[in-house]
Design a protein around this ligand. Sequence first.
Ligand SMILES: Nc1ncnc2c1ncn2[C@@H]1O[C@H](COP(=O)(O)OP(=O)(O)OP(=O)(O)O)[C@@H](O)[C@H]1O
Ligand SMILES: C[C@H](O)[C@H](O)[C@@H](O)C(=O)CO
Ligand SMILES: [Mg+2]
Length: 483
Amino acid sequence: MRNYVAVDIGASSGRMILGNLVEGKLNLREVHRFKNGFTFRDGHDRWEIDGLIHEIFAGLEKLKQEGVTECTLGIDTWAVDYVLVAPGGEKLADPISYRDSRTQNKIAELTSEIQKDDIYQKTGIQFLELNTLYQLYAEDQELIKQADKILLIPDYIGYVLTGKKAAETTNASTTQMLNLRERLFDKDLLMHLDIDPCQFAELTDAGTYLGEMKPKWHEKYDIPACRVITVATHDTASAVVGTPAKGKNWAFLSSGTWSLIGMELTAPNTGRMAFEENYTNEWGAYGTYRFLKNIMGLWIVQEIARNSDSRLSFSEMADQANQYPFFKQIIDVNDPRFNHPVHMITEIQNYCRETGQDVPESIGELTNCVYGSLALRYAKELEKMKRITKRDIEALYIVGGGSSVAILNQLTANLAGVTVYAGPAEATAVGNLSVQMITEREIKDVDQARDLVRNSFDIKEYKPQKIESASVFEKYDKIIRNK
Ligand SMILES: Nc1ncnc2c1ncn2[C@@H]1O[C@H](COP(=O)(O)OP(=O)(O)OP(=O)(O)O)[C@@H](O)[C@H]1O
Ligand SMILES: C[C@H](O)[C@H](O)[C@@H](O)C(=O)CO
Ligand SMILES: [Mg+2]
């Protein structure tokens, strides 16, 4: 039996999951879980990248102690953030989080120098201030000059483990610097940022063998022999691979810190409506495109938890949210004020006060407000996607931690009028493992992987129930318009 290990590090948590194929089913076992998050250091919000790498070795040591002597390993993480690597291979600084304030107003500045439409036609990527393009535009230019390589987070971790540098395409596309037609980092954008093309590693597609674990790590840690495979290293791309979809007219919602709602296309859509609605064409595994929209997601719930000292678990917060009527308060979850406020609870309360709504006080009321507002935004975006792609959507597959929120799944089904299939919560890790198994030829392709997911996990179905939604959408539109 072959051992596959997924290292899946999201913005709020990381996990290492052992996957095995046993009698036609995918067996998962969580080996190690750890917290992730950024702290304010040296003038910016920074990730503890050394700490994350230490957690990977801790998880591998646990595996070895449990008798696993060899495995393949794939790494996926959140997008856009990078490490500047010196010619000697050491990092020049701890990576800065995409939520850092350094990119505020950088889209306006850069697009006063390069037309927004030009950037979109080159890259097909949504305009978000967190994109690598604006981070590098805001970066310490001296530090960039010292960098031999600019490696995105999962590529950097792969480099530390194996000594091999790569720029995996699903994650590289999130930089908003890949040229769709040339399938290279766009020369004009690089020149505008005064970045030498060789400061990026060679573009590498998901499903490529990267290398063995460096010998020095076997001297330092008692770990299995690992062959590292470059998977779909953008966590959302792995989540899409691990989505148990079948047929054609389906959409996905990768629901975690972010809610990424989209469709898997075989060609990018950079038409006028896609541009005006700020839809993105992130590259998917195996030549697909993830036509999607970033929605602020359960980050807002995470911050409510943090503001209330996490005295309730996420499931207790969901239970309490359920005790109140939905849509009593509605917020625009994508309002930039919710990106990184000093105090999320206060921010939500101020928003409700400013829009003439009752102010939510308890954790239950606040969580209720967020869930109702998310479900409304999901339904709105599904409608937009149908108009832009001229394709019907009959099913929405919700995967990730957010798929555990039954009421959110049901509200979404009711408002969108589509059947929602929820799970697996660890779809990202499942997609990571699937690409490893395809690369090792233990399974044939993504279709077979998705069949496997359907047969291996409990996927819950939420049929749309008839609700009076017209007034809810009217209230939503009025609040969003008048905010
Ligand atoms: N049992 C639960 N009940 C309610 N909400 C839950 C539950 N479990 C997880 N969640 C929600 O899912 C979110 C975490 O989802 P997930 O684990 O997919 O995120 P992540 O992988 O850590 O981060 P990222 O989205 O960056 O990948 C939590 O913030 C919480 O809101
Ligand atoms: C910035 C986010 O990381 C990115 O947009 C999103 O796709 C993601 O990676 C969610 O984990
Ligand atoms: Mg995740």
